[in-house]
Design a protein around this ligand. Structure first.
Ligand SMILES: Nc1ncnc2c1ncn2[C@@H]1O[C@H](COP(=O)(O)OP(=O)(O)OP(=O)(O)O)[C@@H](O)[C@H]1O
Length: 261
């Protein structure tokens, strides 16, 4: 389990500010849903936590230590599509997840270690309901099955943090509901920290213990890239009581251009 601290983080691409002074403390074992309009920097934030992108300013800490710049076994990720290796069977895909975690340089295990990896992979494949399909290739699986495989592969690394970028966005509503029913108990059982980007508010509230909304609160029509997204709402769904925790602060009212006297 892990606690992630995001401290005064800015992300800028050239003169475009994408994320502006982000501060978040993410508790161990929480399930944080990240929502917000298209282009507001949700995936950029996830890539930063994954170690694929770096903040231009500020720091990200995992258990008080700077997050490593490269993706590692601490962090598993599932994207909307294409997370699995198409040339490997279901079983080989999940075994590869273990091999990457245990032998990052070689990416291969041998002998007893390999046998253990196969055993663990079989357990995970069973847990995501793909036991009958373990010798199939991803192309022979439905979209929902491919995403279950992607989740099993990410979990094979036994990550402290699972990052999900619209993992069910390409699925039909029925399959999506099945994936929700699969993911929530898995998360509860494994006790990892999950950060999930989604456009689906029902999904965000249904799965998350916390919902964080990103949005731009300041706009400069002359320079659209001048301001970035901030946290506009931060709802702790585990809190009792009718009043949610609101992080939204209204920007100051625009001043009149000409003083009236
Ligand atoms: N590597 C990059 N170089 C330049 N600009 C980038 C890069 N990555 C992201 N951006 C810009 O950052 C902004 C935020 O992108 P991001 O993908 O994080 O948004 P998002 O909130 O995840 O959007 P969506 O919901 O549509 O997936 C966009 O304007 C995008 O063009």
């Amino acid at each position: 389990m892990s606690a992630i601290s995001v401290r005064n983080v800015w992300v800028e691409f050239g003169d475009q500010v994408v994320i502006e002074n982000l501060n978040l403390e993410i508790a161990s074992g929480s399930f944080v849903s990240v929502v917000g309009p298209s282009g507001c920097g949700k995936s950029t934030f996830l890539r930063m936590v994954l170690g694929q992108d770096r903040p231009t300013r500020g720091a990200l800490l995992l258990d008080g230590r700077p997050l490593r710049d490269e993706p590692d076994a601490d962090r598993g990720v599932v994207f909307q599509r294409y997370s699995v290796f198409p040339h490997m069977t279901v079983l080989a895909n999940v075994v590869a997840g273990y091999e990457f975690a245990q032998s990052p340089l070689l990416g291969r295990l041998f002998g007893r270690a390999k046998r253990q990896a196969v055993e663990k992979a079989e357990e995970l494949i069973e847990a995501v309901g793909l036991a009958a399909h373990r010798h199939k290739y991803p192309l022979a699986l439905s979209g929902g099955m491919q995403q279950r495989l992607a989740i099993a592969q990410a979990l094979a690394k036994d990550p402290k943090i699972l990052l999900l970028d619209e993992p069910f966005g390409a699925l039909d509503p029925g399959t999506r509901a099945q994936m929700h029913a699969l993911l929530k108990p898995l998360w509860a059982r494994l006790g990892m920290t999950v950060i999930m980007v989604t456009h689906d508010l029902r999904e965000a509230f249904g799965l998350g213990t916390r919902v964080v909304a990103f949005d731009k609160v300041r706009h400069d029509p002359q320079a659209p890239g001048r301001f970035g997204a901030r946290v506009t709402y931060d709802l702790d769904l585990t809190r009792e009581g009718p009043v949610p925790v609101l992080g939204f602060q209204k920007p100051p009212a625009p001043q009149p251009l000409v003083a009236s006297d």
